[in-house]
Design a protein around this ligand. Structure first.
Ligand code: SF4
Length: 400
């Protein structure tokens, strides 16, 4: 079993296909988004700040900003991609400067804690036998004046989480487990996040039972990953930032056509076909709706007419229409609270077999998702013909 990491498990939870590309097929992409690029530069700058402090060298804010901008220039490449088209690389570079400036001013002279490790590698055993293991890197491990160890994490993202969210964060809780395994006599551990773009620090502390729960849940996720056979794509807000957009079946067409000039874009086969499909299917749906409403009105008028005239057949010029009224029993549907009592009644009367039917959709779903015992599945499959079926889900794109 591989040594997992929080981010590796997070990738599987977010999108199994991204996980497969990255960790099973080990596809390497040189695409880097501006957000990831910015994050690295800021992390490196804060690492330098504390690395130098360990040997008593205090950088001025100007020194750090020079380091940051040099680092930015040295690492910049054409492959750094802007996803949000409203912003420029310069906007992001300045955001990084702001993060560093705010951090510097807030914590100068940086003597609140003693730094014990930077980019500190940590191993975490989740079970007694050491079967489930994780590995991670702590941005900064420090000790507070009260002797409590602090796990610091820097974030440059544009979303500030709630306290409730950080109290449930898995990553730093896992690191805490690792720290306590490595130094069993630690006085206590604090988890500290620096949301640099907001100049905010969030702190969380975990009880032994919180940590036991994190261990248990993480083992469950690892088991799920280990037993995964399918790795379906899962579309989400992070897709534009995924390095596999050019090969992912959900995104690669968009990736291919979004760079085309307008006239080529509108003539591209896929674009043309979807536009036509959407046009016809919308027209059809509108027409069907209109016709259904019209038919309902005519039916009502016909019933009224037939009752008034006391007739069962009404003649048109080319058709005649028989109108038959009949009282029918409406039994409660599945979501009706009376349904359970009705089913019990029929079962207890020994009449269930007569009125029940095999639910083929549920059976097919159980086969597809491996929910049947192997022996039964094998037998059931002998009754099936495997054919490829396609479903179409038309949805409107969000306004850009
Ligand atoms: S683009 Fe989205 S759906 Fe496709 S692999 Fe990446 S995260 Fe998954």
């Amino acid at each position: 079993m591989p040594v997992y990491s929080h981010s590796r498990l997070g990738t599987y939870e977010t999108c199994p296909l991204q996980y497969k590309y990255r960790y099973v097929d080990r596809i390497k992409k040189d695409r880097e988004t501006i957000e990831a690029f910015l994050g690295k530069r800021v992390h490196e700058t804060l690492e330098k700040l504390y690395r130098d402090l360990k040997v008593t060298k205090m950088n001025s804010l100007g020194d750090l900003l020079t380091f940051y901008n040099d680092d930015w220039r040295k690492n910049w490449s054409e492959n750094v991609e802007m996803i949000k088209k409203d912003y420029t690389a310069e906007n992001y570079r300045k955001l990084g400067e702001k993060c560093i400036r705010d951090y510097y001013r807030k914590f100068y002279p940086f003597d609140q804690t003693r730094t014990l490790g930077l980019e500190q590698q940590i191993f975490i055993n989740l079970d007694e036998r050491g079967e489930y293991r994780l590995m991670g890197f702590i941005d900064r491990l420090a000790q507070g004046e009260d002797g409590v160890l602090e796990i610091h994490d820097y974030k440059t993202g544009q979303t500030l989480p709630t306290q409730e969210k950080v109290d449930q964060d898995r990553q730093l809780a896992l690191y805490q487990i690792g720290i306590q395994q490595q130094w069993p006599d630690v006085k206590g551990v604090r988890l500290v996040w620096h949301y640099l773009a907001f100049d905010r620090q969030l702190v969380s502390e975990r009880s032994p039972s919180d940590l036991a729960q994190v261990r248990e849940q993480t083992i469950q996720v690892i088991r799920e990953v280990e037993s995964a056979k399918d790795f379906p794509p899962r579309e989400s807000a992070i897709c534009p930032w995924c390095e596999f957009v050019d090969i992912c079946p959900l995104m690669k067409h968009l990736r291919k056509v979004e760079v085309l000039p307008v006239h080529e874009y509108l003539n591209e086969t896929g674009v043309t076909l979807v536009n036509r499909y959407a046009e016809i299917s919308t027209k059809k749906n509108d027409l069907v709706k209109q016709m259904d409403e019209e038919l309902e009105k005519i039916k009502e008028a016909l019933i009224a007419y037939a009752e008034k005239e006391g007739v069962e057949v009404v003649h048109g010029s080319d058709y005649k229409l028989k109108i038959k009224g009949k009282e029918v029993y409406k039994f409660p549907l599945k979501d009706d609270p009376r349904r359970g009592a009705l089913e019990r009644l029929v079962r207890e009367a020994g009449e269930w077999e007569k009125f029940s039917d095999l639910n083929l959709n549920a059976l097919s779903e159980a086969v597809q998702s491996d929910q049947l015992p192997d022996a039964l599945k094998e037998k059931v499959l002998k009754f099936t013909d495997l054919e490829k079926s396609y479903r179409f889900y038309l949805s409107r794109l969000r306004e850009k």
